[in-house]
Design a protein around this ligand. Structure first.
Ligand SMILES: Cc1cc2nc3c(=O)[nH]c(=O)nc-3n(C[C@H](O)[C@H](O)[C@H](O)COP(=O)(O)O)c2cc1C
Length: 207
């Protein structure tokens, strides 16, 4: 969709809504790549960059995803669904090299680097479920980059976490090392919802 107004970050944050109705219009591949580029630039602990993306466009696979996402049918309506995952082993490897990089720029001295790398090794002893969740919060940042950048193209998205992660792995033949963090339908909005209720800031301050 050409000529869409570029938003300030503030406007993007204020205008974003979860969109659950989509037009059938297809999304250009370069737009999808621009969205993934914004995810690629996200921050992560020790710069481990554990996010991985599966782009789904075909109806049959979307239907399979709908079935393992409590039959949330708007997912199939969206022209593109991203299955956004955490690569658990990639995280452990990336963390080790990230600690070394931070050592090189003087954030940590070599003793601390060793301690942190030992910590990473001990993490690899954690259960895959616990480790997956701790990797997932890094991935969540990348997902929100996509969600906000989508607005620059007039696109709507909806975070979807109500799904059976094991069943997602089964659909794609992935092993436990890949942890599906969220499904993200993307499309031109077929609705413009009013802002949803938020708690006042005064209730959010811990005093
Ligand atoms: C981690 C996460 C998981 C979510 N999972 C779902 C989901 O499975 N299905 C759905 O319809 N919405 C889901 N949502 C969207 C929320 O319901 C929505 O963000 C919230 O109601 C506020 O509305 P808004 O996004 O329009 O401001 C999810 C949002 C987040 C951040």
């Amino acid at each position: 969709m050409k000529g869409h107004e570029l938003l300030t970050t503030r406007k993007a944050i204020e205008n974003r809504r979860s969109i659950r109705k989509y037009k059938a219009d297809t999304i250009p591949d370069e737009t999808i790549m621009a969205l993934l580029e914004s995810a690629r630039l996200a921050p992560s602990g020790c710069n481990a960059q554990p996010w991985r993306f599966k782009i789904v466009k075909d109806y049959a696979t979307k239907k399979q995803l709908q079935a393992i996402a409590y039959d949330q049918s708007f997912l199939t309506e969206a022209p593109v669904v991203l299955v956004i995952c955490a690569d658990v082993q990639g995280y452990l490897d990336g963390r080790t090299s990230g600690v070394q990089d931070l050592g090189k720029i003087g954030v940590f001295n070599s003793n601390i680097c060793e301690i942190l790398n030992k910590k990473t090794k001990s993490k690899s002893q954690m259960s895959i479920e616990n480790l997956s969740l701790s990797v997932a919060f890094n991935v969540a940042i990348a997902i929100e980059h996509i969600v906000l950048r989508a607005l620059d193209f007039g696109l709507g998205t909806c975070w979807m976490r109500l799904m059976d992660e094991k069943a997602v792995r089964k659909i794609f033949g992935w092993n436990e090392n890949i942890y599906p963090v969220a499904l993200l339908p993307i499309g031109y909005p077929g609705e413009s919802p009013a802002p949803r209720k938020r708690m006042p800031l005064s209730d959010l301050l811990i005093v």
